[in-house]
Design a protein around this ligand. Structure first.
Ligand code: FDP
Length: 336
């Protein structure tokens, strides 16, 4: 298949769309390079002694897998010295990582979930890396970046994407000019465009939700799912299918490619409790889904309008097919 490389795509975006400052281009290339290295580690599996847990916990109180830590270090090391960043934040680290004084600094902030879906690593299912790029606020030039500087709504993202380490290794990216997919050509080690600009199919009758969490659902979410399970005999008048990989990257990628809806709602009994993180998962995925013609809400309003109050804030997530997201969100508003 003849296709352009990620580097050429980014240079063309810079020239033609005038949408991409060169610092941001180089930053995206660095993240993509780190994802390539992570993909080689993931693929080595037991042979590379990268499977299993470390016995330590991350800031969220979750047991860290070896690959969580390896991927986190790879992303930090790759991005520290390039001169494009003011600081980084990771799901695996309690607080922000400032660029050390020995390296040049830039104006961007990089956030990432080094290995998303890590409970799937040891059973050889797809996992991924999710990233989001913000600009450091102007007022922080000349002083140290703080955690507060990261607390910007998803609308401020200048780039977002994920790498998925599955049967193929893919990089899916947006810089706000559509969504593009690149496949890693392992033989020559480069990312080649294989899809884009991507528009997610609408009208697909497929939902993704962890049914075992039903006790935690709001009446709106339960109503939405019950109506779909009733199928052709119920109010929807058609049959629905269900898929749940339990790896957000894999579930969202399926939805981008063939449509449907993904939901990880907040716990209705404890409204402050949700599973997915706003800054590392919900915001970047929402940016991609909106750019591909879908919608993303926290069950009540657009995720990207949420004003963050903490680096590791969690949020309910409903994303994918525009009409389906609207129905869940409407049911949520009615019963709020
Ligand atoms: P994981 O904890 O394995 O990293 O990031 C959270 C996440 O995976 C998502 O990728 C995934 O959608 C979800 O958790 C799976 O949650 P359940 O175990 O509740 O299904």
């Amino acid at each position: 298949m003849q296709s352009i490389t990620l580097t050429r795509f980014l240079i063309e975006q810079q020239r033609e769309a005038n949408a991409l400052p060169s610092e941001l281009r180089l930053l995206i290339e660095t993240v993509a390079r780190a994802c390539k290295t992570i993909s080689y580690s993931v693929a080595k599996g037991a042979l590379g002694e990268v499977l299993g847990s470390l016995g330590s916990e991350n800031v969220q109180g979750e047991v860290q897998k070896k690959l969580d830590v390896i991927a986190n270090e790879l992303l930090l090391d790759a991005n520290e010295w390039g001169g494009h960043l003011a600081a980084m934040a990771s799901e695996e680290m309690e607080t922000i990582h400032r660029i050390p004084n020995r390296y040049p600094k830039g104006e961007y902030l990089l956030l990432f979930d080094p290995i998303d879906g890590s409970s799937n690593i040891d059973v050889d299912l797809s996992v991924g890396t999710i990233f989001s790029v913000l600009k450091a606020p102007e007022e922080c030039s000349g002083r140290e970046v703080t955690e507060q500087d990261f607390l910007q709504s998803g609308r401020n993202q200048v780039a977002a994407g994920y790498a998925i380490y599955g049967p193929q290794t893919l990089l899916v990216l947006t810089i706000g000019t559509g969504v593009y997919e690149f496949t890693l050509d392992r033989e020559i080690g480069s990312w080649r465009m294989t899809d884009g600009p991507m528009q997610m199919p609408q009208g697909t009758c497929e939902f993704a939700i962890n049914m075992a969490r039903r006790k935690q659902w709001s009446t709106g979410v339960a109503r939405y799912i019950d109506e779909r399970i009733e199928g052709a005999e119920g109010p929807c008048g058609k049959d629905y299918n269900m898929r749940w990989t339990a790896s957000m990257v894999a579930d969202v990628h399926r939805i981008l490619k063939r449509g449907g809806i993904f939901m990880y709602p907040a716990d209705a009994r404890h409204p402050d409790k949700a599973r997915l993180r706003l800054m590392y998962e919900a915001n970047p995925m929402s940016f991609l889904i909106e750019q591909a013609g879908g919608a993303a809400t926290n069950g009540f309003g657009p995720i990207m309008d949420v004003q963050p109050n903490g680096l590791h804030q969690r949020v309910g997530v409903v994303l994918g097919d525009r009409a389906e997201v609207e129905i869940v969100t409407e049911y949520g508003r009615e019963t709020a």
